[in-house]
Design a protein around this ligand. Structure first.
Ligand code: SF4
Length: 193
């Protein structure tokens, strides 16, 4: 099966690899696809893409990228629905539609996403977005519940693991209650003017 694997990050691709192996997707059949306009800010976006490139090299998987930093596109798309899960449904639809379109144009048999490995995502919303995109573009969506998969322990030692989902709103949700990321750190005197 010629499969396009949308990847949200290296961490989730690491977990998806055993799932793909169980599907019998062999070498030369899977291509990893990067399109994630939801990841902000820019340095974090670049960090996650670099980590994905490193994993694909190591796993000998071809990688196709739509390397557009999509802050404006993403914020326009979710405008008026900035809370969870509304923004997430739009976010999934953006990514699944682009994956489905790319799969169709590239002559793939199906597409899937590493987001299906995540315990943090709205799994049923994600599944619905994948299936809707499949119907719209006329290409199959490989749905699997990969939330129980674990990455090879050898990978876990060096795979980059992010601390928030991706968008600026999720970064805010993650850190709004903490003071530990402020500067100067508590207990340290402010430098003299
Ligand atoms: S929290 Fe995650 S899934 Fe939801 S909109 Fe933000 S980046 Fe997308």
């Amino acid at each position: 099966m010629k499969l396009l694997v949308h990847a949200c990050c290296a961490w989730c691709l690491g977990k998806a690899l055993p799932g793909l192996a169980k599907e019998g997707v062999g070498a030369g059949e899977a291509t990893v696809f990067w399109y994630n306009p939801n990841i902000h800010p820019l340095i974090e976006y670049r960090r996650r893409l670099k980590a994905l490139k490193m994993l694909c090299e190591r796993a000998r998987l071809p990688l196709e990228t739509e390397d557009e930093y999509g802050l404006v596109e993403f914020c326009r798309a979710i405008h008026g629905r900035e809370t969870v899960p509304g923004r997430c449904g739009i976010c999934y639809a953006m990514r699944m539609r682009r994956a489905a379109c790319t799969a169709k144009e590239g002559g793939y048999d199906a597409f899937t996403t590493t987001l299906l490995t995540s315990l943090q995502q709205h799994h049923e919303l994600l599944r619905a977005a994948g299936e809707a995109a499949a119907e719209e573009f006329g290409v199959a969506f490989l749905y699997r519940d990969w939330r129980g998969e674990t990455a090879d322990p050898a990978l876990l030692k060096w795979l980059y693991k992010q601390s928030y989902c991706g968008c600026v709103f999720s970064e805010y949700d993650r850190y709004r209650a903490t003071t530990t990321h402020l500067w100067p750190p508590s207990g340290r005197a402010r430098p003299a003017d």
